[in-house]
Design a protein around this ligand. Structure first.
Ligand SMILES: O=C(O)C(=O)C[C@H](O)[C@H](O)COP(=O)(O)O
Length: 318
């Protein structure tokens, strides 16, 4: 079946001690899966968009754990299985003020780092409405930098809209390396999503969020630029106009995955033919719901998102 949204990247095993426990001393670790591009596919799928995820995984219980979880949420994994490769993982110790959240990656030499286009379901990219990947993927290896560029080009040539989240991770590379790699990919990107702080740190731009979006659109010819601003909401520049979206208040249980939930919901609405304004609102509502849920995944339903959009409060539904 042709998927409307196709994403490409690494999905890791996510290991986290119980709240208030340190990685150094914890006796147990919660076991989940997480990865920016599959998180986006899950959010979109849960909101009614058909979604597929391309990657390379070890042919092992750890690799199959990833595909099993994605299928649970309706995402079709198109995976190249590798007998000998590693499964990437990360440890996350959730912070509580004044102790920050800490992520420790264990993803060097993961299976995906050697993925080449001829090992991947490139035809799914050609047939999709939107192809999505993020700045994490080219950060993982030189091969992935090339593969990311080739898949974006394949998408462009096939008339598939391309979407890219800058997703800067300082534990993977320096701002200048990220800038070089991402700017070389930008000519093939139609929809750019970027956190305001990443635009300043990585791309070295200054000014308010609206100015950043306009400069990016002018410099790189993006069709749409979405700037995410944490508690200050998000804005999108499209067709020469800027739309703003505040955040929905939330009681945060787990903030990790908020950005990906936003992007997945946003893309699902664009694919459904809705306006950028509507897509932004869906993104913000889905992101708020994600923050109330443990793990990276936006395990939500369209009704729940609609309810947030209508301003429904929490309460007890019985
Ligand atoms: O692959 C990586 O390096 C990741 O960081 C996976 C992350 O768990 C998500 O991408 C969450 O990112 P947010 O949605 O911005 O919270």
């Amino acid at each position: 079946m042709t998927a409307e949204l196709v994403t490409f990247g690494e999905t890791m095993i996510r290991l986290s001690p119980p709240e208030g426990e340190r990685i150094e001393t914890a006796q147990s670790l919660e076991f989940r899966t997480a990865g920016a591009e599959s998180n986006v596919a899950v959010a979109a799928s849960r909101l009614g968009c058909s979604a597929a995820w391309l990657s390379k995984l070890p042919d092992s219980p750890l690799g199959r754990r990833v595909t099993t979880e994605l299928r649970t949420h309706g995402v079709e994994p198109y995976v190249r299985w590798d007998d000998d490769a590693r499964q990437g993982a990360y440890y996350i110790e959730q912070g509580r003020s004044p102790r920050p959240t800490n992520v420790i990656y264990d993803r060097a030499d993961a299976a995906v780092t050697t993925a080449r286009p001829d090992e991947l379901a490139v035809e799914a990219v050609e047939d999709a409405a939107v192809f999505y990947t993020s700045g994490i993927t080219p950060a993982l290896s030189e091969t992935l930098r090339e593969t990311t560029g080739e898949l974006l080009q394949t998408a462009t040539e096939a008339g598939t809209t391309t979407a890219f989240d800058l997703n800067y991770r300082s534990k993977l590379w320096s701002p200048s390396d990220a800038r070089d790699a991402c700017e070389s990919l930008f000519p093939e990107v139609d929809v750019l999503v970027a956190a305001e702080r990443d635009i300043r740190t990585v791309l070295g731009l200054d000014g308010d969020a609206s100015t950043l979006a306009s400069e990016l659109a002018a410099d790189f010819g993006f069709e749409t630029v979405v700037v995410t601003r944490g508690e200050d909401g998000a804005l999108a520049r499209h067709d020469g106009t800027v739309a703003e979206q505040p955040v929905f208040e939330t009681d945060t249980v787990d903030a990790i995955g908020t950005g990906d939930a936003f992007v997945g919901a946003f893309l699902s609405r664009l694919i459904a033919g809705e306006s950028v304004e509507t897509a932004l609102a869906y993104g913000a509502a889905t992101a708020a719901l994600k923050r109330t849920i443990h793990g990276d995944l936006a395990v939500v339903t369209p009704d729940e998102v609609e309810r947030v959009l209508r301003g429904g409060d929490a309460g007890i539904d019985r």
